[in-house]
Design a binder for this molecule. Sequence first.
Ligand code: FES
Length: 279
Amino acid sequence: MSADDKYPAESGRRRFVKGVVGGAALAGVGATGAVSINTLTTATGAGGGPVEAMVIERVSGPAPHGMPQVPVEVDDDGYIRGIWPEIDTEEVDGVEIEIAREELGGVEYSQEWFQYCGNEAHEGFEPDYDSDNYFKSDGLTSYEWQQDEKEEDERFNVTDFEDYEEWGNDVGSSGVGKPAATTWRSEDTEDDIPVILLRSPLIEEAAEDNEWLQASTDQGFIAWVNVCTHFCCVPGYKLAPDAHRYDAEDRVYCQCHQTVYDPFSISSALYIARPRPED
Ligand code: FES
């Protein structure tokens, strides 16, 4: 079997749709993992609690659940940005708090999806953080194409991904999709929020008949917060030369303890969002 045969578009799509349809069942897996996260939850702070998020599925390794998707849209000039939910005020235990939350593609999308691993304290995840929401090129990227073509903090345009149906590097198969390492909602913050942006023909095809994917992806672009739900390392997509040892050469691979995530299988995961620090 050639490397390309390992990831045929046809079977990738089937697996992907199955992941979406099977979301409710997979929520149970997420709930199990929530136990370990819950022990880290502090008693004080704003928001937090059980949340059902759309994630790229964890397929093996010690991480408790998948990594949360960032819904994506392409603007009229072809620049790609994440969608941040509408801000609302609600009362929790007699205290009014602001929360970014909205219905999107039949799913309740909320900032709580990102409240894990200390991200809950990140300025960029405050509901009203002033950001244009565009994905920007990070300063550390290991993707050669990005090093050659993008300046740090430069936005991404669909024209950067024109070769997405053929693109490949030394890791895994060509034609699965073209990635970029980005930051999101991190314009004036101390640390960056790492997000992988991927344009893939598999995503484009799967979105044709799926309400959530139609709402959360655009022209084959999908994105996720790239912080491992185990001990918060930053995993790699098609970066680690040894990823094939874990069947992860075309998946997201966390080298810290070998968790593997599948960006072509989106599922729902139930976990406990950590509360934001009190203002
Ligand atoms: S597998 Fe442990 S931090 Fe990712």
